[in-house]
Ligand binder design. Structure first.
Ligand SMILES: Cc1cc2nc3c(=O)[nH]c(=O)nc-3n(C[C@H](O)[C@H](O)[C@H](O)COP(=O)(O)OP(=O)(O)OC[C@H]3O[C@@H](n4cnc5c(N)ncnc54)[C@H](O)[C@@H]3O)c2cc1C
Length: 288
């Protein structure tokens, strides 16, 4: 994936496979494929797999929830690669965990979901900033909003923050899914709610008749779960359409852009629906 250059520069494939020239690249582990072995690969909700990998080299493991690595899979002489966002890290066992959506008819994820404990693959690179490091120091609370598997790194960030006794800012996660069977990590997030610093809000766009919780898409539900957005840091993960609509609606009512960070998994170039943006802006007016 990488053409080494003179000095400490290199041609580096981004998580999407795009080549770019990186200055100051000095450590081989930052650019070369690293051997990894599957520890666990388990469907934990409809279409969502929890993949735990042991990194089998001796290079540093500076991953944290929200950083990204590429997963490389060799199939029939072809190498497939996609970026995935780290949900959890155990430095002692040298394991990282990812949560991925198994896309029916997709190129890589149906194959990835077939791997079992002991199978080998590779990861490459470390991209993006840990969520914890993105949070503005002056923010007095954090709201993480996700669709689908975007819940994984947000849950990991919250877990990491709550383990820190010095972390005082309330964290709320608003997670959107289609139906009850699609929701991963519910037991873990419910257990985390015993900590008064943490609150989990789940909304379903097509919940069953017996579902008594929040209904609708996160864009419509957001105004119901926050009274004030003043000094709140928002981090959005998942569907690019959700992210572009929330971003546009929030900026329209004057939400400060430096308190808004995001990670898009797909639908990167899908423009926001103007009607959704308008409705969101109207509902959020006066909440800053
Ligand atoms: C920075 C970054 C981080 C990412 N992190 C994660 C992650 O932690 N977990 C994860 O599940 N995916 C993540 N993705 C998406 C992932 O990299 C792949 O795009 C996805 O797994 C493609 O799988 P595939 O080859 O089977 O499907 P493909 O054949 O490449 O694509 C099939 C379709 O699936 C859609 N799609 C891609 N990802 C998703 C998704 N997550 N949910 C629903 N639809 C999707 C695409 O829009 C595409 O139309 C991330 C993407 C980026 C750019």
């Amino acid at each position: 994936m990488v053409g080494e250059d003179s000095g400490n520069c290199a041609w580096l494939a981004t998580p999407d496979g795009i080549l770019c020239y990186v200055m100051g690249m000095s450590e081989p582990w930052e650019s070369q494929p690293r051997p990894a072995r599957v520890v666990e690969n388990r469907l934990i909700a409809r279409g969502s797999c929890w993949l735990s990998l042991r990194i089998e080299d001796e290079w540093p493991l500076p991953y944290r929830p929200g950083t990204i690595t590429s997963v490389l899979l060799e199939v029939g002489g072809h190498r497939l690669r996609h970026p995935y966002t780290v949900c959890a890290v155990d430095p002692e066992s040298r394991e990282i965990a990812l949560l991925f959506r198994v896309i029916q008819g997709g190129n890589m994820t149906p194959l990835l979901s077939q791997l079992g404990a002991g199978n080998e693959l590779a990861i490459a690179g470390i991209f993006a900033t840990p969520i914890a490091a993105l949070i503005r120091p002056e923010a007095t609370s954090v709201l993480g909003i996700s669709t689908g598997t975007g819940i994984g790194p947000l849950a990991g960030f919250a877990r990491e923050a709550l383990l820190d006794p010095d972390w005082t800012r309330p964290i709320t996660l608003l997670s959107g899914f289609r139906a009850e069977v699609d929701v991963p990590l519910a037991p873990q997030l419910e257990a985390m709610e015993e900590d008064p610093r943490f609150c989990w809000q789940l909304c379903l766009s097509q919940g069953s008749e017996s579902w008594e919780g929040l209904r609708g898409r996160v864009t419509a539900v957001l105004p119901k779960v926050v009274e004030s957005l003043r000094a709140v840091h928002l981090h959005l993960v998942g569907n690019g359409k959700m992210i572009s609509e929330l971003r546009a609606g929030l900026l329209k009512v004057g939400f400060p852009s430096e308190f808004l960070t995001s990670e898009t998994y797909y639908n990167r170039n899908v423009p926001p629906d103007p009607q959704v943006v308008q409705q969101l802006a109207e509902a959020l007016r006066g909440r800053l």
